[in-house]
Write a protein that binds this ligand. Structure first.
Ligand code: AMP
Length: 278
C-alpha cells in the first residue's frame, strides 16, 4: 500500500495502476462499518483507493471539527491489512483554495432533516465528494465505483443526485449499515459516549425495531409509527423521527421497498443518526 499526501503524487501513482478502481472516501477513525465498504470495494475492483480527510467545510460552527477523532496510524494499518492500494490523506490546504466555486445542495431534498438541522453541511459534503471523485478518476480508469454507507442515508441520496445532475462517470455503490452486537450503528463519534450514554443510545435502534414490528403487523400509517417510535426513544433528546421515500420525499403511508425510516437524537453532547431501509 502506498500512502499519499500530495495531489500530484496521487495522480502519478494512480496512473501506474491499471483496471477498475473502487474508491472509499472516509473521515478516518476507521471501524467495521468503513471496513465493510473497503472489503466490498476490494472484491469488486482491481484497485482500491481510500481517502481519509476530515473535511472542514461540512462541519458547522460549534460542531466537533477540532475534537473529531484522528487515528492515522491505526487507520493505515487497517487499510494495509484490508488490501488497499492507495491511501490518500491530503491536507486542507491541498484540497481547498481561498476563493472557490461552491456546490449547493438541492433546495428541497437538501434542506430537510439533516439539511435543516445542519444547514450548510451538505454543501460542504458535496463539494469535497465532487473534488475527490474527480481526483480519483482523473486518469480515467476502465471503470470507477465509489462506496457509501446507507448509515448516512440523505448524504447517499444527494451524492446519487449529484452524479446524475452533473453527469459524473461513476457508479455509486450503497452499502448496508454495520452495527454492534447490541444494535448500535457503528460511528466514529461513538467514542464520545460514556458508558451510561452508550446505554441510552441503544434506544435509536430500538425505535427502528419498534417501527419494523409495526410494519410486519401491516401497520403502514406513518403518524402511528412515528408515535410508537417516539415512545421507545427514552432518555435522549430527539431531533427528528421521519419516514420518507427513497427520493427523500415525505410519505403518509409506508411503501414496502421504497421507504427509509430515519432518526436523529443527541445523547449528552453527542449527536447520533440511524435509519432503516424498508
Ligand atoms: P465517515 O468517515 O463517517 O465520513 O464515513 C465514511 C463512509 O462510511 C460513509 O459512506 C458512511 O456512510 C460509511 N459508514 C459510516 N458508518 C457506517 C456504518 N456503521 N455502516 C456502514 N457504513 C458506514
Amino acid at each position: 500500500m502506498i500512502i499519499v499526501n500530495d495531489i500530484e503524487e496521487l495522480l502519478k501513482e494512480s496512473k501506474k495502476l491499471k483496471g477498475s478502481v473502487g474508491f472509499v472516501p472516509t473521515m478516518g477513525a476507521l471501524h467495521k462499518g468503513h471496513l465493510t465498504l473497503i472489503q466490498k470495494a476490494r472484491v469488486d475492483n482491481d484497485i482500491v483507493i481510500v481517502s481519509i480527510f476530515v473535511n472542514p467545510t461540512q462541519f458547522l460552527e460549534g460542531e466537533d471539527l477540532d475534537a473529531y477523532p484522528r487515528k492515522e496510524e491505526a487507520d493505515s494499518k487497517i487499510c494495509k491489512l484490508a488490501g488497499v492500494d492507495i491511501l490518500f490523506m491530503p491536507s486542507v490546504e491541498m484540497m481547498y483554495n481561498s476563493d472557490e466555486l461552491s456546490i449547493t445542495a438541492p433546495a428541497i431534498r437538501g434542506f430537510i432533516l439533516e439539511g435543516t438541522k445542519r444547514a450548510g453541511h451538505f454543501d460542504g459534503m458535496l463539494q469535497i465528494v465532487m473534488k475527490l471523485l474527480n481526483l480519483i478518476s482523473y486518469n480515467k480508469p476502465s471503470s470507477f465505483r465509489a462506496y457509501f454507507g446507507k448509515k448516512d442515508a440523505q448524504q447517499l441520496v444527494l451524492i446519487q443526485q449529484m452524479v446524475r445532475d452533473y453527469f459524473l462517470n461513476v457508479e455509486i455503490v450503497p452499502c448496508d449499515i454495520v452495527r454492534d452486537r447490541d444494535g448500535l450503528a457503528l460511528s466514529s463519534r461513538n467514542v464520545y459516549l460514556s458508558k451510561d450514554e452508550r446505554g441510552r443510545a441503544l434506544s435509536l435502534s430500538r425505535s427502528l425495531k419498534s417501527a419494523t414490528d409495526m410494519i410486519l403487523k401491516k401497520e403502514f400509517n406513518v403518524e402511528k409509527i412515528k408515535k410508537e417510535m417516539l415512545l421507545s426513544l427514552k432518555d435522549v433528546d430527539v431531533e427528528y423521527v421521519e419516514l420518507v421515500n427513497r427520493q427523500f420525499q415525505p410519505i403518509q403511508r409506508v411503501e414496502l421497498g421504497n421507504t427509509i425510516i430515519l432518526v436523529a437524537v443527541s445523547v449528552g453532547k453527542t449527536r447520533l443518526i440511524d435509519n432503516l431501509w424498508i
